[in-house]
Design a protein around this ligand. Structure first.
Ligand code: NAP
Length: 506
């Protein structure tokens, strides 16, 4: 079953060859690596640009970083953690969990860390991918992109931002050398990251301006540390962890009805969010500013018990006038008001539908993913393959995203599919495998039909869920168990394949 990682050449350059190369070692790449190892493979490598596993959970170390999905569910089904200390884990605990899983399953030896993919090109003559990295050239029979959707910080294109003289950093690149105590700070953005950062720093800064473009909906965060008897029971009774997980999964899955199928059902959640807003924001002017103007669920629903109280502090202002420019020591809004600041925290999200990685991957016809997506939008098949990119699979590709439950569930579905694809590739003696255009087109037409009535399109908001063509190319429009069953086995009939020539005896 296993081939060796060997040396080949790309042009005149020596290149290291592996049967499978996975790019990225967050939850998705790491999980696939573990499965390949469990299949008895040694012929794969994981190229990771960071110096550790963990992906987004390694990078997002901002104060207050924590998951919005309880860890009993937001973890691998094959590695349930008996050690979680609370219902919604904080970033350090999640990162420790991911590191522990990598160690337990012994896959670190297959990793090359600090190795950034800078380009990948399909070589049709040799039926392999040629991959350029910061550590030289690699080739692979099968390339798997597991780079994640939330990895490339999206820096806002605001006039003068590069001339700011104070400290400035993105939420996903937190500068831990910077001490914000007693400083005048601006936070740009009010998404999932910002609403965790704001309460974490509000009490220690001298003044905080929160620059809000769109007010988000907030729901209560039912988070608490487990009591000692709970910890004991969860540690000692594995079935309890499974039961707990199943309960959270089932409860969260009910949200799909309102989100994807019948948006008026979201009114019940909206009523809870509205009551929370009324109870926690007493000042009418602030209440007016932070009341959202779209149907709940259209943008990602946020959970926090601390955000509104933080905004209500005397040293915090919510600024809604829109940023006109940033000067050396201040932020100027469109109404002409200039506010002096010592530091700016940019919490403006990530390049999701326009990731820079797309510029670096050239497929069968030489076009990059960016060029293909620019023409037709992000389209793929089961979020795992894209026509024109033979022998390439995608973890968290188009339309795999979720807002309501654990991405790890989707990731494990894709692990099943891609690991089976690799197994079938070998068992059938395939040379190339590429998803058929007609199959991909039909799959996407069906997705977009389902998405038409979903709250993400009908809820009256602008969000990064939609691409520039107005299509929702990021979210899965159905129950997640449907995704699981759709990806249970690799459906080779949806693909065009060629087989490797059988070696002739001389
Ligand atoms: P985000 O959800 O994309 O939010 C970005 C925020 O920045 C939005 O409020 C956006 O306003 C604002 N913004 C963007 N460009 C701007 C500009 N040019 N000027 C002013 N404001 C601007 O990003 P995020 O908060 O980093 O979260 C990204 C995703 O990461 C989340 O959706 C979630 O999937 C994940 N995440 C999860 C957790 C968790 O589990 N707790 C925590 C953090 C992140 P508009 O709304 O008007 O676009």
């Amino acid at each position: 079953m296993s081939r060796k990682v060997t040396d080949k050449a790309v042009g005149n350059q020596p290149a290291r060859h592996a049967h499978v190369i996975i790019v990225g070692s967050g939850f998705s790449g790491l999980g696939l690596a573990i499965r390949l190892t469990q299949q008895g493979r040694t012929d794969y490598l994981v190229l990771e640009r960071g110096s550790d596993v963990g992906g987004t959970w390694r990078d997002n170390t901002y104060p207050g970083a924590a998951c919005d999905v309880p860890s009993q569910l937001y973890s691998y089904s094959f590695a349930l953690n008996p050690e979680w200390t609370r219902s919604f884990s904080k970033q350090p605990e999640i990162q420790r969990y991911i590191q522990g899983v990598a160690d337990k399953y012994g896959v670190r030896d297959h990793h090359i860390f600090d190795c950034e993919m800078t380009g990948a090109r399909w070589n049709a003559a040799d039926a392999r991918w040629e991959i350029q990295t910061s550590q030289g050239a690699f080739t692979a029979d099968i390339l798997v992109s597991a780079v994640g959707a939330l990895c490339e910080p999206n820096l806002p294109d605001i006039k003068g931002i590069n001339d700011f003289q104070g400290e400035i950093f993105h939420s996903a690149r937190w500068n831990h050398d910077s001490d914000l105590t007693g400083k005048r700070v601006a936070v740009i953005g009010t998404g999932a990251s910002a609403i965790q950062i704001v309460p974490s720093i509000a009490a220690k800064v001298a003044h905080l301006d929160v620059y809000q473009r769109t007010a988000p909906w907030l729901l209560p965060r039912v988070d608490r540390e487990y009591l000692a008897p709970e910890k004991f029971a969860l540690k000692r009774i594995p079935a309890l962890r499974g039961l707990y997980r199943a309960g959270i999964y089932a409860a969260r899955e009910t949200q799909v009805v309102g989100l994807a199928k019948f948006p008026p059902a979201m009114l019940a959640l909206e009523a809870i969010a509205r009551a929370k807003l009324l109870a926690e924001v007493r000042d009418p002017e602030l209440r007016r500013k932070v009341t959202p103007n779209f149907r709940i669920g259209c943008k990602r629903m946020l959970i926090s018990n601390e955000y509104y109280p933080a905004l209500s502090r005397d040293n915090v202002d919510v600024v809604t006038d829109g940023i006109k420019e940033i000067r050396a020591n201040s932020v100027v809004t469109k109404d002409g008001v200039e506010r002096e600041v010592d530091a700016i925290i940019v919490a403006t999200g990530f390049h999701v539908t326009d990731s820079p990685v797309y510029d670096t991957v050239a497929g069968r016809d030489g076009r990059t993913l960016a060029e293909v997506f620019d023409a037709i939008g992000q389209q793929g098949y089961k979020g795992s393959a894209i026509h024109n990119y033979p022998n390439m699979f995608f973890m968290l590709g188009p339309n795999v995203g979720l807002g309501h439950t654990s991405m790890v569930f989707m990731i494990e579905s894709q692990i099943n599919y891609i690991a089976d694809a690799v197994a079938q590739f070998d068992a059938r003696g395939l040379r190339t495998v590429e998803v058929r255009k007609d199959v991909q087109d039909e799959f996407n037409a069906d997705l977009q039909r389902k998405l038409q009535g979903a709250v993400w399109s009908t809820g009256g908001c602008a969000s990064w869920y939609l691409d520039k063509h107005g299509n929702n190319t990021t979210l899965w429009p159905d129950f997640t168990f449907r995704f699981r069953s759709l990806l249970e086995k690799f459906d080779v009939s949806a693909y065009e394949t060629t087989t490797a020539p059988v070696a002739q005896a001389v």
